[in-house]
Every structure is written in structure tokens, then in C-alpha cells.
Design a protein around this ligand. Structure first.
Ligand SMILES: [Zn+2]
Length: 584
């Protein structure tokens, strides 16, 4: 546990950075704040005590510091709602790719920042600095086994610049599956609430529900459809999805169940994905890295592989309780890491790479394998195109979120490139011309003229994810919001514009200035602690004493593991999608 942070807070004597207690005015920028109906209007933003505040009524009040943003673009800080940046599988991937560390770019120590390593799985400090340098101020790790929560919190304490949280794996948890088998919804609900609180997690994650358990029981085991039985529990993936979604809704969690569906990456898996959406049975749900789940084909003939986005996007368009993030693939080398044990094995078999697999007792699994996406590969070119089809075919930008499933589809550092692909159809057409010819001919991309506006980019990278995560205090610049602000210099090439923000302000601290990190802070950990029936704890304790390698009383993560934290309230606030303000 890290109790002090010995570096980086020092600033130069002549430094003009502003710290949290001071009053800061961002003057005259073009402000993009869709939640407050600002779309490029010139507007002043006032900051005090780490929060956005109303402009002072008295015009004679002068700020402690003023940033002249005239001619610049002002947005809330970016929010990555699905990435892999901390915990055991990320650390295993770092150790597994020494070749990347040996040959990769070096991040040298400066008077303000630690050194770090890059490659597809950067070190903790490098991760924080790179997010911050990109104008992102919040990120969520999407798959942590509850038993490894401590490890994740310890790495968070070493990840500067951003607020963070994680989703705890629950889709193959024995206690959860036993409760579903016993049809004991009250017990399931109490367990979910207890586990979120015990791990100091933010949301519930399902990864290949039921499939990881079958993987543990059989050589190369997996489930192939939603109605297959899971050994010993006599339940199906469909039961797990429906019951966990219902429990998350009943607890009024800020973010609904976050689902990595079954059959990721397999030809023809669009049918499983559609069934998964239906299995939600009207409950809220977020389907993650939907690109990897939208494939046509499946008759053992590779040439039948292709896109089945249109029908799935139509289902999402007509179901406001459902949202997605994309998991865009970008060409190049990366590392696939997942809580989906059988998927790691599948990738290893397909690409013949090294492979790491681990099971977490009673809880979860893990698979890691290097991967290289090539633009001339038929399958990879389809994956690239399918991601873009998703952005362009979902009508409501509030329910489609930018992600690469970092590092699975590519690094989060590629976000500016995705922005350019969405905002510049000429550039998109140029890249389309460079990919596998069959994909060029068959993808609807060549007919899609849609270009995202700056307002829509602002929605899919900050306002939308904040709303889907139920974070009322993020993703906007109204009074009371966290003063997380990114200021960009306009540029015709949107990749350049979004790669190097001029200023990044985190909780009122000006951390990046003229594109350079001037100070760092450590951000907060966001977590939930839903209420539950305490009488149910004895059942959970009995189960622990019988089956776990750790005693019940030693399992919950203590408050000392969180240096700075925000407990986000449950209760249905800020969780509804917004078809009322749909942008075309
Ligand atoms: Zn992921």
C-alpha cells in the first residue's frame, strides 16, 4: 500500500499553475457541453474548490488565474468507460511482453514525472500520464476478479492524473450461479451489493457468462449458445444475464450490467449477441466491445465472414435501455487480455502466439495473447470496418461510446485517429481503399456519408459515458460538476487536434499546459456501496468458510486501500438514456 507519493507534485518556482483552492476562469472559449446545451457558443467557465461554479454575480471579482481560451475549444475531460489498465491480467501481460518493453519507446523521468514503459500495456505511471496528455481525466478498468481487488486498488494508487474505478467480474461466480439455480433473487441481490461494496468496485461485469465455468470443467470447454447448461448449476447463460441484469436494476446501480457476451470473435456470433440483447428482458444493459460480437458467417468457410451490424444496430436504436461501446480495432500490434479464458485459448490457436491462462477460484478466468491486426487480412479488415459501421449506424450518440477495449482492439492512444475517421469521410474513404479488397467492396462503409460533429464527438467521449455510468458530476461543465476540463486548439486535421490538448484541468488543477505535463495529482477512486440485507451475510460467510482459500472476514477491501475516493450514490439518478435529445 502506498501511503505517500514521493514525486511529481513539485512545480517550478515561476510556474503559474493553479491549485485546487483557487479561483480559475477559462475565458472566451468555444464551449462544447451537450448536457447543458452548449454547442460551440462562446462562454466563460469558472472553477473553485475543484468544481465548476456559477460565474460570480459581482463583475469586479477577479480570478486567481485566467486562461485565455479565445479561439480554443473547451470540453469536459474525456471518460474511458472500458479499458484494461490495472489488476492481475494487466500485470501478467506486462510481464509476458518483454520484447515490447525492450524495443518500445522510452518514457524518461522528468523533474515532475516518473519514468515509465510503453508498448501495448504501459506501466501504471505511463498510463496515467498518457491519458492525461490526451485530455482524458477518468477511466474504468473493465474486468477485475473480486479476489484481486486489492491488487487493482494498489495499481490505481500508482496511476496518476485520472479518476478511476473498476467493474467486478460476476458472470461466472459460484455463489451468484448457485443463487440463480435456487431461484433466490433476494440472496442474489444481497450478494451482488455485498460483493460490490467488499471489492470497492463500481459496476457488475459479465464475461462470457457461464462459458468460463464450462472452460474450467472441460478440456477446451465453452458454451456455444445461450441455452446450454452450465455444469453443476443447471442454469444457462440466458438465466445468468437476465437475473444479474434484474438484480443490478433492483439495486438501482449507477451503471447497469456491463456485458461481454458469449462467443466473442467467432464467425456468426451476431445471433448470440441478438439473443443476449433479448435475454435482458427489458432490463438496462450495456454491451461492451460490440464490434467483436457482430460477425456474419460461421459455416467453417472463412469467406462467409462479414458484418452483421445493421440488424443489431437497429435493435439498439429501438431499445433505449440498451447502450454499447465499440471496441474499435486499429491496425498494428497489441495484446489481447480478457476474463474470457476460452477466448485466450482460441486466439492462441488461431495465431500460434504465446498464451497465458489463469483461473480464479470460484470467481473468474483470464486469457492473454499477443495479436497483430493487419489491414490486408480479410478478417482484421472486417473488424476495423465493423467498428466504424457501429459508430455510423447507431442513431443516438448518447448510447454508443468510443472505446478500443484498450489494449484489445488497439491502444487508447488511438482515440484521436478514431475521431478523425468519424469526422472526415474523405480520410475514412482513403483508409478503406487500403484494406482487403473484399471488405472494401462488401462493407456498407463505402456508402455511409455520415460525419460526426464536434458535439457528437463530445457526447461519445465524455457526456455520453458519464450519463451511462450514472456520474452526475462528470461529463459536463455546469455548476457542481468536477472541474475536469480539456482545451483543444482547433485544427483541420482532427487527429492532430485531439492528440495534443493545450490545457488539461483535473479537479481544478491545471495539470497540462501548452501540451506539457506541469503537475500531477492522483485522482480519486469511484466506487459504489449499495444497501443490502445484512442478515444475508451469514450465508455468504458460511460459504466462504467452506470453499474459499481466504476467510470471510479478511476478504473485503478496507478503506485504507483507497487514498482518495468518491462513493457514487445508487438510486436511479442520472442513469436514463436520452432519446429526447437525440442528435442526427
Ligand atoms: Zn475489455
Amino acid at each position: 500500500m502506498r501511503l505517500d507519493f514521493p514525486i511529481v507534485a513539485e512545480s517550478r518556482a515561476d510556474d503559474t499553475t493553479t491549485t485546487m483552492g483557487q479561483r480559475l476562469r477559462i475565458r472566451g472559449g468555444y464551449v462544447y457541453d451537450p448536457l447543458n446545451e452548449l454547442s460551440g457558443q462562446v462562454h466563460d467557465i469558472w472553477i473553485e474548490g475543484g468544481k465548476i461554479v456559477e460565474p460570480p454575480a459581482d463583475p469586479h471579482i477577479v480570478p486567481d488565474r485566467q486562461i485565455d481560451a479565445s479561439g480554443l475549444i473547451v470540453m469536459p475531460g474525456g471518460i474511458d468507460m472500458h479499458c484494461h489498465i490495472a489488476g492481475p491480467k494487466v500485470n501478467a501481460a506486462r510481464k509476458m511482453r518483454p520484447e515490447e518493453k525492450r524495443h518500445g519507446a522510452v518514457m524518461s523521468r522528468t523533474s515532475r514525472t516518473h519514468s515509465g514503459t510503453l508498448g501495448s500495456v504501459p506501466s501504471t505511471f505511463a498510463t496515467g500520464y498518457k491519458y492525461l496528455g490526451l485530455g482524458y481525466t477518468t477511466a474504468f478498468d473493465a474486468a477485475v476478479p473480486p479476489l484481486s481487488a486489492r491488487h487493482c486498488h494498489e495499481e490505481f494508487a500508482d496511476t496518476p492524473g485520472i479518476d478511476k474505478g473498476f467493474y467486478v467480474l460476476m458472470g461466472n461466480n459460484h455463489f451468484a450461479m448457485q443463487s440463480i439455480k435456487d431461484r433466490d433473487t433476494e440472496r442474489l441481490r444481497s450478494f451482488m451489493a455485498w460483493l460490490l461494496g467488499a471489492a470497492k468496485a463500481f459496476a457488475v461485469k459479465l464475461v462470457n457468462p457461464g462459458g468460463v465455468e464450462v472452460w474450467k470443467q472441460h478440456a477446451s470447454g465453452n458454451v456455444t449458445d445461450l441455452d446450454q447448461q452450465v455444469d453443476y448449476f443447471d442454469i444457462t447463460p440466458r438465466d445468468i444475464i437476465r437475473e444479474l441484469a434484474a438484480a443490478a436494476d433492483a439495486l438501482e446501480l449507477p451503471h447497469p450490467v456491463h456485458i461481454h457476451a458469449n462467443n466473442l470473435g467467432l464467425p456468426g456470433n451476431w445471433r448470440t449477441t441478438l439473443e443476449t440483447l433479448k435475454a435482458l428482458d427489458g432490463h438496462r444493459g450495456h454491451l461492451t466491445h460490440i464490434q467483436f460480437h457482430s460477425y456474419a458467417g460461421g459455416d467453417e468457410d472463412e469467406t462467409t465472414f462479414g458484418s452483421h451490424v445493421a440488424e443489431l444496430a437497429e435493435y439498439v436504436n429501438s431499445h433505449p435501455e440498451i447502450s454499447v461501446d465499440v471496441g474499435q480495432v486499429l491496425f498494428g500490434e497489441t495484446t489481447s487480455m480478457t476474463g474470457d479464458g476460452p477466448l485466450g485459448y482460441y486466439l492462441h490457436k488461431v495465431y500460434g502466439t504465446k498464451w497465458f491462462s489463469a483461473d480464479t477460484e470460484l470467481e473468474a478466468g483470464c486469457g492473454i495473447a499477443p495479436i497483430q491486426y493487419r489491414n490486408k487480412s480479410f478478417v482484421h479488415a472486417w473488424q476495423w470496418a465493423i467498428g466504424l459501421e457501429w459508430y455510423l449506424l447507431v442513431d443516438d450518440p448518447w448510447r454508443v461510446v468510443m472505446s478500443t477495449d484498450h489494449p484489445n482492439g488497439g491502444s487508447f492512444l488511438a482515440y484521436p485517429k478514431i475521431v478523425r475517421l468519424l469526422m472526415d469521410r474523405t480520410y475514412r474513404a482513403d483508409v478503406l481503399r487500403s484494406v482487403h479488397p473484399k471488405v472494401r467492396e462488401q462493407s456498407v462503409l463505402r456508402d455511409l456519408d455520415r460525419e460526426y460533429s464536434l458535439e457528437e464527438i463530445c457526447i461519445i467521449t465524455r457526456a455520453g459515458p458519464a450519463r451511462l455510468l450514472g456520474l452526475d458530476h462528470k461529463g459536463h461543465l455546469g455548476p457542481g460538476a468536477d472541474a475536469d476540463v480539456t482545451i483543444y486548439e482547433p485544427h483541420e486535421n482532427k487527429e492532430i487536434m485531439f492528440s495534443l490538448p493545450k490545457y488539461v484541468i483535473k479537479a481544478g488543477d491545471v495539470l497540462v499546459e501548452q501540451g506539457e505535463i506541469r503537475r500531477t495529482t492522483f485522482g480519486k477512486t469511484l466506487h459504489v456501496a449499495p444497501d443490502y440485507d445484512r442478515d444475508r451475510e451469514s450465508e455468504i460467510a458460511d460459504w466462504f468458510e467452506q470453499y474459499y482459500t481466504i476467510r470471510f472476514r479478511n476478504y473485503p477491501v478496507g478503506p485504507e486501500y483507497l487514498e482518495q475516493s468518491d462513493q457514487v450514490a445508487c438510486g436511479g439518478k442520472g442513469v436514463s438514456p436520452s432519446p429526447d435529445r437525440r442528435l442526427q
